[in-house]
Design a protein around this ligand. Structure first.
Ligand SMILES: O=P(O)(O)OC[C@H]1O[C@H](O)[C@H](O)[C@@H](O)[C@@H]1O
Length: 447
């Protein structure tokens, strides 16, 4: 079976000859530091060999819980934010029907996401929509104390119990959280909810292959064994025994650092399939939180093409030359649709009659690639044979291991996110959270 394939030729051509190759020894050192646990943030390396450590029995347990929720719920709300949100949504949207929430699909529950904002209208409208629904909740929080998620869970737990009764609610509320600490753990133990553990040594943004991602994905009806199988294959293909020139993660990490050092400060991940929109959101957190520190790091951005060619296309073609693109290209769509004939041919498009829609999309992609490279935008291309669970699993692990290597090349700790606390501290000070008295006083003096 084919694997995802990385092509860096149209990016490396922007660098001095030999630049990518010159990273070989530094990449090797980064790989060794990850393997040996000697890099910064070495207490968060549990994701490194996670795919190959997942057992069939563990996946059966995930599936059994998902089956209960699927049988008892027409809607499942997945509450979580950041790494406790984006991976599940990325995979579910990539694999699902584009109009999933509009389908009266009796076979699969509708999956909704919440706990990822503090929008009063959003939460009101969600709880309003759920009023006459048989719904369940997967509450996901590693710390168990994240405000956005905790607020949402308060609302949903109460509503679920009110609508179903406390006993029945107990079967459809599941917590995914720390083994020992945090409000979600205490609540799960007290209420007797089914719960899954997020390992201590796996950070949120690397946790999609733990129950954080696997449980919602199984609830949505997708094959978690295939997903993990794809990740396992990439764990092998990106292993440190694979030579530098043949190792896609090593190559990607090297070329993007080469580009960064040559002044390309922004990486735009691009898709030509709208289903990959949230995959790019997941990627943005993975790379943004891992590399954006010590006043360094490529800014991770994303565009959906061809949609955004009609909005951001101008900037990409002719704006400041500080960007490069990483295109995720799906080789073969899952469905077939032909360009139709039209008697009047008012749009002049009858020359495309009978062609697959994807043939047109592919020419848009090729034309864009040539135009952007001509315009000075280095282009990395990752081709994905099909948009299925196996290849999404490959993409996930590929980007994770490349991120670990890349962060080490950048000489930052890729596994912490101290900067995220600044807004939380201010918010709690402004809200007069008990324990924040001094901060509250100090911040008010600044207003
Ligand atoms: O899973 P939780 O503890 O609720 O955290 C959810 C997210 O929020 C934080 O602020 C971090 O920046 C993220 O890395 C994390 O994934």
């Amino acid at each position: 079976m084919k694997n995802i394939n990385l092509d860096i030729t149209k990016a490396a051509q922007f660098l001095k000859a030999g630049t990518v190759e010159a990273y070989e020894s530094r990449v090797k050192a980064a790989q060794e530091a990850l393997e040996n646990g000697t890099c910064p943030g070495n207490d968060f390396l549990g994701w490194l060999h996670l795919p190959s450590s997942i057992t069939p029995a563990f996946l059966d347990e995930i599936q059994a819980t998902a089956d209960i929720l699927r049988a008892k719920c027409e809607v499942i709300v997945v509450a979580g934010i950041g790494g406790s949100y984006l991976g599940a949504r990325a995979v579910i949207e990539a694999l699902g029907n584009s109009f999933a929430w509009l389908l009266q699909d009796k076979k699969n529950p509708t999956i909704l996401f919440a706990g990822n904002n503090i929008g009063e209208d959003y939460l009101f409208e969600l709880t309003d929509y759920l009023k006459d629904k048989k719904f369940g909740v997967i509450n996901i929080s590693k710390s168990g104390t994240t405000t956005e998620t905790a607020l949402t869970f308060r609302l949903l737990k109460k509503q679920c119990e009110a609508q179903r009764g406390k006993e029945d609610a107990r079967d459809v509320i599941v917590e995914v959280t720390d083994a020992k600490k945090g409000a979600a753990r205490i609540c799960a133990d007290k209420e007797g909810y089914k719960s899954f553990i997020i390992p201590d040594n796996v950070g949120g943004r690397f946790s999609v292959l733990t129950p954080v991602g696997l449980l919602p994905i199984a609830c949505a009806g997708f094959d978690v064994k295939e997903l993990v199988g794809g990740a396992q294959e990439m764990e092998r293909a990106c292993g440190m025994n694979v030579p530098f020139a043949e190792n896609p993660a090593a190559q990607y990490a090297a070329v993007r650092n080469g580009l960064y050092n040559a002044g390309k400060k922004i990486e735009i991940v691009v898709n030509y399939q709208p289903k990959l929109h949230f995959f790019a959101e997941w990627w943005k957190q993975l790379y943004g939180e891992s590399e954006g520190k010590d006043h360094k790091g490529i800014f991770p951005a994303a565009c959906d093409f061809t949609t955004d060619l009609h909005s951001m296309g101008q900037w990409i073609q002719e704006g400041e030359r500080s960007i490069f693109e990483t295109v995720i290209s799906v080789e073969e769509p899952e469905r077939k649709l032909l360009f139709p004939h039209d008697e009047e041919n008012l749009d002049g498009l009858n020359f495309l009659e009978g062609k697959r829609v994807d043939d047109v999309n592919k020419m848009a992609e090729l034309g864009t690639r040539l135009a952007h490279v001509d315009g000075g935008v280095p282009n990395i291309r990752i081709s994905v044979p099909r948009l299925n669970a196996y290849y999404i699993g490959q993409l996930i692990y590929f980007f994770e291991i490349a991120c670990g290597i890349s962060g080490n090349l950048l000489q930052v700790n890729p596994f912490n996110q101290p900067g995220v606390e600044a807004y939380k501290k201010n918010m709690f000070a402004l809200l007069n959270k008990p324990g924040y008295e001094a901060e509250s006083k100090a911040i008010r003096e600044r207003l």
